[in-house]
Every structure is written in structure tokens, then in C-alpha cells.
Design a protein around this ligand. Structure first.
Ligand SMILES: [Zn+2]
Ligand SMILES: [Zn+2]
Length: 345
């Protein structure tokens, strides 16, 4: 089969690799019908994840079950499915508490041996282990383009918005209008805020955010903290969502909220440590939340919301390309010339 592989820093290539096969009874083989390039793929692309040449990339994908192992209860051949970007066992102590994102058996697709030796979603086939606790059935009325983000960025948007504790009438500030920030802007609306500000430097992303109901702030032209304070009578937003993962954007998220507010950080950190303004958090009685999305908890309600016409995640797709052109797609996405790219085999 054809698959996109990591070849070295800044270098990816579509090559022929062996088609994977199920080995354990809890696994399914999925024929991929659509996949997407995620911001965190760029961490691998830039060598921030220690991958070896030839390892497969991609963790956002949907497809059709081609074969299900004997212990798989929820899925059968022919089912359309979306998979979380990580597998969780469903039976460890943390899964049983509902924290699938902290599963002791967690492994991630598309980042090579370092994150679990699973296959990659930017390919024609992938084996999904622990399928019963890692996938969801896609309703007939939901298209592949709508479902493909449910296993990663859309779940992350909802996780971010829920953990920001948005209440009706609130003012929310989202830092970053990339794919995750845009999903957070959509999901924030589910909680009834009065206003959602969104901060970025790329005009095309801010325009799209505005179409989704957010109020754009271009931080290359305005100081975003001052702009948010000014528009909230000097007090700040009720909560902020950070969707980039850079120290500078986390800092904006921490400094643009009011006393008693909540900071919800979901951007994958580009640094391991940074200064934390502990006194500010004490003085303003702030809450700091962060983490990898608990995808398995959000997939079902999100599919129901899409099926009901209340969420339109496909609106952020800017480029529809072929898997064979993935090399070019990575270049476009890395240069921020594409908001979100989906690839068909
Ligand atoms: Zn991702
Ligand atoms: Zn577990």
C-alpha cells in the first residue's frame, strides 16, 4: 500500500510499504477513505519528535472496517468509523475513571516507535488495536469530511471549551486561529458565550474565525492583551483557550483573563518548561488547565451534534488533495498557506 513516511527533518515521502494485518483479536483493519494533516504532524516534520526514517505519519483519519478481530464487539466489516488519534484500553484504572487520555496503555498513531509503534493514518490502511475503546461508528448522515476531525482537533476544541468553564453571557478569548483554535471557536458557542475573541497573525484564518462567529484580533497589529482588556471594561475575558503551544501564546492566555477566570491550554507544548507566573495566579485566583484531549469522551456527542446540523467542522477545510501529493501538502501547511488539508488515497 501507499503511505506517507518521515524521512528526516523537513522531509516526508509517499512510498510503497507492506499492507498491515491484524495480529490480536482486539484489532480491526481499517481501509482509510480520508485523512488530514494536523498541526502536531509539524512537530514530527520539524524533528521535535524523535522518529526514524521510514516511520509512518498521520493520526486523523476515517475509513471502513475491512476486517475485525474475534474479540471486537462494537464493529464489523463494512462499518464506517472514526478513530481517536490515540488508542486507550478501556479497562485500566484511569480509563475506568473516564480519563482515557491518561490510559496506562495509551499509544498514538503516526509518530513512530517513540509514541507506540502504531501505523499511520496518512496511508491506505491502518490497524487499530483496542478498537472497541478507540473508535466510533459514523452515522449515515455524517460525511467523511465532517467526521475526520472528530478523532482529534474537533474533540480537542470541545475539551478546551468545556475545561474553560464557559457560562452563558461570558467573554472568551481564544489564542490561535489555527485548526484547533477554529474548532474551539465553534465548540465555545455550544456553551452560550456573549462574545468570543480570537487572536492570530494570519488574516485568512481570522477571516474564517469571523465567519464562525468569533471577533478577530490581529496580534501583529494590536497588543492582544490590551485589546481584550480594553473591550471588557479593563477586567479581561472570563476564560481563555490557548490553541498553539508556544510559550508566548500561553502567556497571552494567562494575562488576558479576569480575576477568578480560567485558562484552558490545549496547544501541544513546543517547550518542556517555561516561567509560570505563580503570583499572578494567586493574586487573581485563576485556574490553569491543560492536557491532551480526552478524545474518547467526546467522539459520540460530537458525531451527534454534527448529525443534528449543530456543528460544521468541514468549514475549515481549505485544501482537498491526494495522498500522493502529501509532500507538497506538508510544505503548504507548514508555510501556513493552507488552513486545513484533507487527503484522499
Ligand atoms: Zn493532531
Ligand atoms: Zn486504559
Amino acid at each position: 500500500m501507499k503511505a506517507l513516511t518521515y524521512q528526516g527533518v523537513g522531509e516526508v515521502k509517499v512510498i510503497e510499504v507492506p499492507k498491515p494485518a491484524i495480529k490480536r483479536p482486539d484489532e480491526v483493519l481499517v481501509r482509510i477513505t480520508l485523512n488530514a494533516i494536523c498541526g502536531s504532524d509539524l512537530h514530527a516534520y520539524h524533528g521535535r519528535v524523535p522518529m526514524s526514517a521510514g516511520e509512518l505519519l498521520g493520526h486523523e483519519f476515517v475509513g471502513v472496517v475491512e476486517e475485525a478481530g474475534s474479540a471486537v464487539n462494537r464493529f464489523k466489516k463494512g462499518d464506517r468509523v472514526v478513530t481517536s488519534f490515540f488508542i486507550a484500553c478501556g479497562h485500566c484504572a484511569l480509563c475506568r475513571k473516564g480519563n482515557f487520555n491518561e490510559c496506562v496503555n495509551l499509544e498514538t498513531f503516526g509518530f513512530g516507535a517513540v509514541l507506540g509503534s502504531l501505523g499511520g493514518g496518512q496511508s491506505e490502511y491502518v490497524v487499530v488495536p483496542l478498537a472497541d475503546s478507540s473508535m466510533e461508528l459514523i452515522p449515515d448522515e455524517v460525511s467523511d469530511e465532517q467526521a475526520v476531525f472528530v478523532g482529534d482537533i474537533l474533540s480537542t476544541g470541545l475539551f478546551a471549551a468545556e475545561r474553560a468553564e464557559i457560562r452563558y453571557g461570558d467573554t472568551v478569548a481564544i489564542i490561535g486561529a489555527g485548526p484547533v483554535g477554529l474548532m474551539a471557536a465553534m465548540c465555545a458557542q455550544l456553551f452560550g458565550p456573549a462574545r468570543v475573541f480570537i487572536v492570530d497573525v494570519v488574516d485568512s484564518r481570522l477571516e474564517l474565525a469571523q465567519e464562525l462567529g468569533a471577533i478577530p484580533i490581529n496580534s501583529s497589529k494590536l497588543n492582544p492583551i490590551e485589546a481584550i482588556l480594553e473591550r471588557t471594561g479593563g477586567v479581561g475575558a472570563d476564560s481563555s483557550i490557548e490553541a498553539v503551544g508556544a510559550t508566548a501564546t500561553v502567556d497571552i492566555a494567562m494575562r488576558c483573563v479576569r480575576g477568578g477566570g480560567t485558562v484552558s491550554v490545549v496547544g501541544v507544548p513546543a517547550e518542556f518548561t517555561a516561567d509560570f507566573p505563580y503570583y499572578l495566579f494567586w493574586e487573581k485566583a485563576l485556574t490553569f488547565r491543560s492536557g491532551r484531549c480526552n478524545v474518547q469522551r467526546y467522539m459520540r456527542p460530537l458525531l451527534d451534534l454534527i448529525a443534528a446540523g449543530r456543528l460544521h467542522p468541514e468549514k475549515i477545510i481549505s485544501h482537498r488533495m491526494k495522498l500522493a501529493d502529501a509532500e507538497e501538502a506538508y510544505k503548504l501547511f507548514d508555510a501556513r498557506k493552507a488552513t486545513k488539508i484533507v487527503l484522499t488515497p
